[in-house]
Design a protein. Structure first.
Length: 425
C-alpha cells in the first residue's frame, strides 16, 4: 500500500471508525489522533444538539441564502435533444458562489466549540479558500490558506477576495503547485499548530471524521433538492448528476437519494493532452492525505499529478465514500474531457444566462452527452417504476458553483491558443 506521500516521518495509524467498505480510515501521525478524536466527538454532539442545528440553519438561510432554488433549464434541455426535463440545483447562488460555504459554516461552528482561534485551509479553485476566509471573518478567527502557485495565477480574483477578507494566502511552490501540494502544506501546518488551529478540509477527503462530517454538512443540497423536485414534478427524478473532485458536492446531492430508485452519476475530469483527474475511472486504491481511496499513482505508489481545465477538480484522490459507491455499483462514475466541459459551459452561458463554474460544467456536459445517447436514455427509461414509462426523463444536475472566477483562466487559454477564437463550440 502507498504510504502517505506527505507524512513520511509520521506514524501510520490504521483501522478505527470511518470506513466505507475498505476505504477511508485515519492514516495520520500519532500527534493528530487526539485532535481527530476531539473533532469527532464535538461533531457527533453538535449534530444532535438543537442549539447547534438552529444556529447552522439560521446562517444557511440568512447568511448564505438557502434554500438555493431548483431551476428548470428549458433551453438547455432543448439543446440536449428534448428527451428530458433538466433541473439545476443552484448552489452557484450561495454566498461566495459555490457549495463550499455549506461545509465551512458547519465547521467554523465546530471550531468555535473547540475553542480554536485560527483556521487553516487548502484551496484549488480558490472557492474553498474564499469560503474559509469568509467564515473566519464572520467568526473573528485568524485564517491561513495554502494555495498552489499555479492555481494562484489561474484564480487570481479569488486570491484577491481572500486577502480582502483578512486571510493570509500562502503560495505553495512544491510539486505540481496545485491542490495536492497545497493540501500537504496545510497538513504540515496543522500538525505544528494543532493546539489552537482547526483545519477545514474543503471536501469529503482526509482522515475520519472529515469525509463523513463534510458529507453531513453538504447533505443539505440533496435534502433540499429532493423536497423541491417532489414539489415541482410530483415525483423523484430518474437521475441525479454531479461533478466529482474530492466529491463533496456529489456526496451532498447523492446523500438524499441513496435509498431511492434514482440513478446517480458522478462525473470526473477527463482532462486533455496534459493529463486527467479521473481517480475513480483510472486510478487504483492507495493512501493519500490520511485516507485509503482510489487515487492516481504510478506502479511505485508515487502520486501522479492531476490535470483538468477546472482547478477545483485538479486533485489526484477522491473521497473514500465514492470509492465504495463505485465498487458497490450504486453510483456510476464517468468522465468528460476539457473540450466537452467548455462546450457545456458555453451552452449554459448563452442558452440560460447562467455562467457556470468549469467544475460544474463537467456535470452539464455529461448530461448533454447522456441525453443525446438514445440507448442510454432507453436503459434509464426501462429501469423506471411501472406506470411512468411514457413521460419524459427528469434529471437533477448540481450546479456546484458560478463561473466568474474562471473568466481569467479562459482568457488565458484562448490567448495560448493564439487568437481568442472559441474552443470546442
Ligand atoms: C471545489 C469545487 C468542486 C469540486 O469539489 P467537490 O468536493 O468534488 O465538490 C466542484 N465545483 C465547484 C464550483 C467547486 O468550487
Amino acid at each position: 500500500m502507498t504510504r502517505p506521500s506527505d507524512l513520511k516521518d509520521g506514524v501510520l495509524v490504521d483501522g478505527g471508525p470511518g470506513r466505507f467498505g475498505p476505504y477511508g480510515g485515519q492514516y495520520v501521525p500519532e500527534t493528530l489522533m487526539p485532535c481527530l478524536r476531539e473533532l469527532e466527538s464535538v461533531w457527533l454532539a453538535a449534530r444532535g444538539d438543537p442549539a447547534f442545528l438552529a444556529e447552522l440553519a439560521e446562517l444557511q438561510a440568512d447568511y448564505s441564502g438557502r434554500p438555493t432554488p431548483l431551476y428548470r433549464a428549458r433551453r438547455f434541455e432543448a439543446a440536449c435533444g428534448g428527451q428530458a426535463r433538466v433541473w439545476l440545483k443552484r448552489e452557484d447562488l450561495n454566498h461566495t458562489g459555490a457549495h463550499k460555504i455549506n461545509n465551512c459554516l458547519g465547521q467554523v461552528l465546530l471550531a468555535r466549540r473547540m475553542g480554536k482561534r485560527r483556521l487553516i485551509a487548502e484551496t484549488g479553485a480558490g472557492q474553498h479558500g474564499v469560503a474559509t476566509a469568509t467564515v473566519a471573518a464572520l467568526a473573528g478567527l485568524e485564517c491561513t490558506v495554502y494555495m498552489g502557485e499555479v492555481d494562484m495565477r489561474r484564480q487570481e480574483p479569488n486570491v484577491q477576495r481572500m486577502r480582502l477578507l483578512g486571510a493570509e494566502v500562502v503560495p505553495v511552490l512544491t510539486g505540481a503547485r496545485t491542490l495536492k501540494d497545497a493540501t500537504s502544506e496545510a497538513i504540515r501546518d496543522w500538525v505544528t499548530n494543532v493546539a489552537h488551529s482547526h483545519y477545514i478540509i474543503g471536501s469529503t477527503v482526509g482522515p475520519h471524521p472529515y469525509p463523513t462530517m463534510v458529507r453531513d454538512f453538504q447533505s443539505v443540497i440533496g435534502i433540499e433538492a429532493r423536497r423541491q423536485i417532489l414539489e415541482k414534478e410530483g415525483r423523484l427524478p430518474d437521475a441525479a448528476i454531479a461533478c466529482v473532485g474530492g466529491g463533496s458536492n456529489a456526496a451532498g446531492l447523492f446523500a438524499a437519494f441513496l435509498d431511492d430508485p434514482v440513478a446517480l452519476f458522478g462525473v470526473e475530469a477527463g482532462g486533455g493532452a496534459h493529463g486527467h483527474s479521473a481517480a475513480l475511472g483510472l486510478g487504483t486504491p492507495g493512501v493519500l492525505h490520511g485516507s485509503y481511496s482510489y487515487l492516481l499513482q504510478d506502479p511505485d505508489g508515487q502520486v501522479v499529478p492531476a490535470h483538468s481545465i477546472a482547478a477545483g477538480l485538479d486533485y489526484p484522490g477522491v473521497g473514500p465514500e465514492h470509492s465504495h459507491l463505485k465498487d458497490t455499483g450504486r453510483v456510476t462514475y464517468d468522465s468528460v474531457d476539457d473540450a466537452e466541459a467548455q462546450a457545456a459551459f458555453g451552452d449554459l452561458c448563452r442558452l440560460e444566462g447562467i455562467i457556470p463554474a468549469l467544475e460544474s460544467s463537467h456535470a452539464l456536459a455529461f448530461c448533454r452527452r447522456f441525453l443525446r445517447d438514445e440507448a442510454a436514455c432507453a436503459r434509464l427509461r426501462a429501469s423506471r417504476t411501472v406506470g411512468l414509462d411514457g413521460g419524459p426523463l427528469v434529471i437533477v444536475i448540481n450546479l456546484s458553483g458560478r463561473g466568474d472566477k474562471d473568466m481569467h483562466d479562459r482568457n488565458e487559454m484562448h490567448d495560448q491558443d493564439g487568437g481568442g477564437h472559441e474552443q470546442a463550440r
